[in-house]
Design a binder for this molecule. Structure first.
Ligand code: CA
Length: 698
């Protein structure tokens, strides 16, 4: 039951290179002659976030293949010192593996032995952690010559010496008075470090920036939504965009943050970025009277020299639902209707799979890849979705699919040119949208949508459900093998209530995917047959990578539970405070290793409480507004964040100093100084009631 809830609403709020030019990159292989794996060395490393500029996550390596994968086992593991969600894509160069962990910490290990070369603590400001909507995760580093680059959750971009992990430069990329965070991986393209940020759940204005890799100097910055129109616009594009907004959006931030997906076409010299949802979510508050609200929920093609917007395509005009288009972007050359097309592909949150001409931005096709109810079709002549009557919700609860978790979130998809398929970690999500009649802009959560307390939610939600369009997934999660030409699933694996992680595909006719229940699985890429699996003991969200050194192919994946699914829904297994690990596999590695295990949950004894029913209800309401984002609905314990039903008697007794006084601020627990002593007493009453309910259920 808990996992059903987690999967369904697992996104309530969600719910974010270095190619030196002298080697042939995998991008060249994919785009051109697949047989000319040419430079074996280049093909054997993983130098960029998505493997190549096109972010295909397709490796030409095939020593591990559909015929040999049964022999795959563990050759080493590395303990990451992280107890929070792990989402990073490791990079591998010259026999060294670089990755990041929670709180934007980074490490380098020998890629053959797993021996630590260095570990860098970002010293991220813990107070900023609660501004990361969906855990203090980080999706990885970028490499360029002798440096690696890390975006830090508190808004810094840091260059480290790749050999030592020592900082070379450290710049603040955000206004620290605003609730910006960074969870995404930087990219290095055209000799520039590109970094965006997040924060649209809290009220910010989105942008993406380019920095000089040597000095950290800002080269350009492109805002994604217009600012105060009484001030000069930063560009003609933003001036034009301002006519698609109403009201005083700039006072609310507007949103459109660039927190994850990017890709680069070196021939066209275009950098592609995806933009996020509106801030606040509710358009009636953000832009009263409507409008498309450019460039929210859009794919933008930027001139990499200047950052100017060359073309845009908006996936969700007038976003009202947290339908970001920051999901991974992938470049592929496809034959469509007899024509060779240079395309860009995306499966954004709104549930449509988009195929665009990446040179012009022309829409080639858009079809739903999951079941959706916010739109009833797609108008090819206008290039816009056709909304259903209920999509623009009002004061009544309206259940819509997808929810803010999207049909697909940040989890990377991959494209295999041999099968022509895109492997999407998809989900069937929904959410009860409703106006927040009491909305007041704050620097905290700024949704404009009333979060309906969970008790009774699934039942009420079921009443409101109407079948929509698109292929409704049998379970809440699935691995979809999507044909971008015919716009249909060729095969799919039903994951039920278990969230699926990012994917990797290889020339060995394989697709790898980790799962929230700790299984790491290999499927045949053409047919989706399960060929191999291993229980790694802790939830997996991060995408696997593969590389080869001295003639041996390896696969690596970060294993660590948390992120949105963990924060809101608790644990998919019995892992509690299990340390994250990096596992590396090869043929004939060990199958009988000892997976990391969490600590046993402590036994619970009742703590007497004389709270009234009214106090408990008040506490539940405050909890439902302020606490669930990190501690989970119903205080089920988010990810590795404290399960508040298991707190000590002393913690309950001192709750006021923690919540209002900020006693744990340096651990990442924010100070809620606007609450009252009565409020914290009510919270204690609610938490003790939840603890008692757990005891009664055991
Ligand atoms: Ca969002």
């Amino acid at each position: 039951m808990r996992s059903v809830l987690a999967a369904t609403i697992g996104g309530v709020v969600l719910l974010s290179s270095a190619c030196s030019g002298d080697t042939e990159t995998p991008a060249d292989v994919v785009a051109g002659d697949a047989s000319a794996a040419g430079s074996q060395l280049a093909a054997s490393e993983w130098l960029m976030h998505g493997l190549d500029d096109a972010e295909t996550r397709f490796s030409p390596l095939d020593q591990i293949n559909a015929g040999t994968v049964a022999r795959l086992g563990v050759v080493w593991h590395y303990d990451t010192r992280s107890l929070r969600g792990l989402e990073a894509t490791p990079l591998i160069r010259d026999g060294v593996l670089y990755a990041t962990t929670s709180w934007s910490n980074a490490f380098a290990v020998d890629a053959v032995t797993g021996q630590e070369l260095w570990y860098w603590d970002s010293a991220a400001d813990r107070v900023r952690g609660a501004r990361a909507c969906c855990d203090v995760v980080n999706r990885g580093v970028a490499l360029h010559e002798d440096k690696i680059f890390v975006g830090v959750v508190d808004g810094r971009l840091v260059a480290l010496d790749a050999a030592t992990g020592e900082p070379v430069w450290d710049v603040q990329t955000t206004d620290v008075s605003q609730p910006y965070t960074i969870t995404g991986a930087p990219r290095v393209v055209d000799g520039k470090v590109i970094i965006g940020n997040g924060g649209a759940e809290f009220g910010v204005r989105g942008y993406v920036s380019a920095y000089d890799p040597e000095t950290g100097a800002l080269l350009w910055r492109t805002w994604t939504v217009p600012g105060d129109p009484s001030l000069p616009f930063e560009s003609a594009a933003l001036e034009a965009a301002a006519s698609t907004w109403n009201g005083r959006w700039w006072e609310l931030g507007g949103g459109g943050t660039v927190w994850d997906g990017m890709a680069y076409d070196p021939e066209a010299d275009l950098l592609y970025v995806g933009t996020g949802n509106g801030s606040p979510w509710n358009q009636a508050i953000r832009s009263p009277g409507g409008g498309d609200n450019l460039y929210l929920s859009s794919i933008l093609a930027l001139d990499v020299e200047s950052g100017e917007i060359e073309w845009h395509y908006q996936t969700t005009p007038g976003d009202n639902w947290d339908y970001t288009a920051v999901q991974p972007l992938l470049l592929a050359d496809l034959t469509i209707d007899g024509r060779e097309r240079q395309t860009i592909l995306q499966a954004p949150k709104n549930g449509f799979f988009y195929v665009l001409d990446r040179l012009s931005g022309e829409l080639i096709s858009a079809e739903p890849y999951v079941g959706i109810t916010w739109a009833k079709g797609f108008d090819r002549t206008t290039g816009r979705p056709i909304e259903t009557a209920q999509a623009r919700y009002g004061n009544e609860i309206t259940l819509l699919s997808p929810g803010p978790g999207g049909g697909h979130n940040w989890h990377p998809m991959s494209f295999n040119p041999a099968t022509g398929l895109v492997y999407i970690p998809a989900q069937q999500s929904s959410f009860p949208y409703k106006n927040d009649p009491d909305f007041v802009a704050t620097s905290r959560e700024n949704l404009g949508v009333a979060i309906v307390p969970p008790p009774g939610f699934p039942e009420r939600a079921a009443d409101a459900y109407e079948p929509g369009i698109g292929p409704t997934l049998p379970g809440a999660n699935a691995l979809l093998a999507w044909d971008p030409v015919s716009q249909a699933a060729r095969w799919q694996v039903d994951l039920g209530n278990v969230p699926g992680g990012g994917t990797l595909t290889t020339a060995g006719n394989l697709v790898f995917q980790g799962r929230g229940d700790g299984l790491f699985v290999a499927y045949s890429a053409d047919r989706g047959e399960k060929l191999w699996e291993l229980d790694l003991g802790n939830g997996i969200l991060a995408p696997p990578v593969t590389f080869a050194i001295d003639g041996r192919q390896y696969v690596s994946v970060l294993v660590g539970w948390g992120s949105t699914a963990g924060l809101f829904g608790g644990y998919p297994s019995d892992q509690y405070k299990a340390e994250g690990r990096l596992y590396t596999f090869a043929l004939d590695g060990a199958r009988d290793f000892e997976p990391v295990r969490g600590i046993p949950r402590p036994g619970l004894t009742a703590i007497p409480s004389d709270a009234s029913e009214e106090q408990i209800a008040n506490g539940a309401a405050i909890y439902g507004e302020r606490c669930y984002m990190c501690h989970g609905f119903g205080a089920v314990g988010g990810g590795q964040i404290a399960d508040l039903r298991y707190s000590t008697a002393e913690t309950y007794a001192t709750i006021d100093t923690i919540v209002r006084g900020g006693a744990y601020e340096q651990l990442g627990m924010p100070r809620f100084d606007f609450l009252t002593e009565q409020d914290t007493a009510a919270l204690r009453a609610f938490l003790l009631a939840q603890r008692q309910a757990l005891i009664a259920s055991q």
